[in-house]
Design a protein around this ligand. Structure first.
Ligand SMILES: [Zn+2]
Length: 278
């Protein structure tokens, strides 16, 4: 016997900071707080359907985390310049959706250091903090610079990538063995080392275009009973049913005793979640 807990197309889990962070699974209109389910057997069954998160149309395959192919080709948020903001082509008049660009890209962005699996640099819209860090499974984060647009943040990030990775090793993140870092110390070291490059960017975008922030480091904890020693991942495309005891939640991953699943990867998949025997 199984109890149905939620049913519908998956969206990114909602997460709020706390000790530990509080996660809510979102499937269609259903909202399922996951904290109370820690240690419980869960079952997620994919119906085989995927709906585009933008237009709602059925799609056989998900493009760009939950879009149908036409939306993936049409929406500015699915364009290459979102992942590589230094390629922003708004000023060439070729932005896929100029109004969307103005409200999302031409907004203050921050450049931050985070620690999910070691030191990394990242960029995000100022309003996405701290959700962005929780979505990555960061245990620490520190905003270091603020700029006026996504494109500028891309140039700053490219400079930082000479010294720091911009990637998270998700397997390491899920093992929970990442040591803490002195992020303010790393910030000071990097700002000094990259001072000539930052001066060049300020010359290009204006003296006050790249502003140093005097923020305090943040720390995050996650609801985890036990970290996996070996990280195996579930994939609805290979097996439509995922079941196991919920051992933890970190980033956008559910950690089951049978393996982990990145729910964000399956945005738009129609899933039934039940409290069932595994
Ligand atoms: Zn669509």
């Amino acid at each position: 016997m199984t109890d149905s807990l939620a049913r519908g197309c998956l969206a990114k889990m909602a997460v709020e900071p706390g000790d530990p962070a509080r996660y809510t699974l979102r499937a269609g209109d259903d909202r399922l707080p996951l904290g109370p389910l820690l240690g419980e057997p869960l079952r997620l069954a994919w119906s085989g359907a995927i709906a585009c998160t933008n237009c709602g149309r059925a799609t056989r395959k998900s493009f760009g985390q939950g879009h149908c192919y036409p939306c993936f080709k049409r929406l500015a948020r699915c364009d290459t310049c979102i992942m590589k903001p230094e390629l922003c082509h708004y000023f060439q008049g070729t932005c896929r959706e100029p109004e969307w660009g103005e409200s999302h890209c031409f907004q203050p962005h921050i450049v931050y250091l985070a620690n999910a699996s070691g030191l990394k640099v990242g960029i995000t819209r100022a309003t996405q903090v701290p959700t962005r860090w929780l979505d990555q499974g960061a245990i620490q984060a520190l905003p270091i610079l603020e700029v006026d647009s996504r494109q500028q943040s891309g140039f700053v990030e490219m400079l930082f990538k000479e010294e720091v990775s911009d990637r998270t090793n998700w397997r390491a993140m899920l093992k929970g063995e990442t040591p803490e870092l002195d992020l303010p110390g790393e910030r000071d070291r990097l700002l000094e080392r990259l001072a000539p490059g930052l001066a060049e960017l300020r010359e290009r975008f204006g003296a006050d275009a790249i502003r140093e922030l005097d923020a305090s480091p943040r720390s995050f904890t996650y609801p985890v009973l036990e970290y996996p020693t070996k990280v195996a991942s579930h994939n609805f495309d290979k097996r439509a049913e995922v079941a196991g005891r919920l051992m933890g939640i970190k980033g956008q991953y559910l950690m089951l005793d049978s393996g982990v699943i990145n729910l964000r990867k399956f945005t738009g998949y129609e899933v039934a979640v039940s409290h069932g025997e595994s």
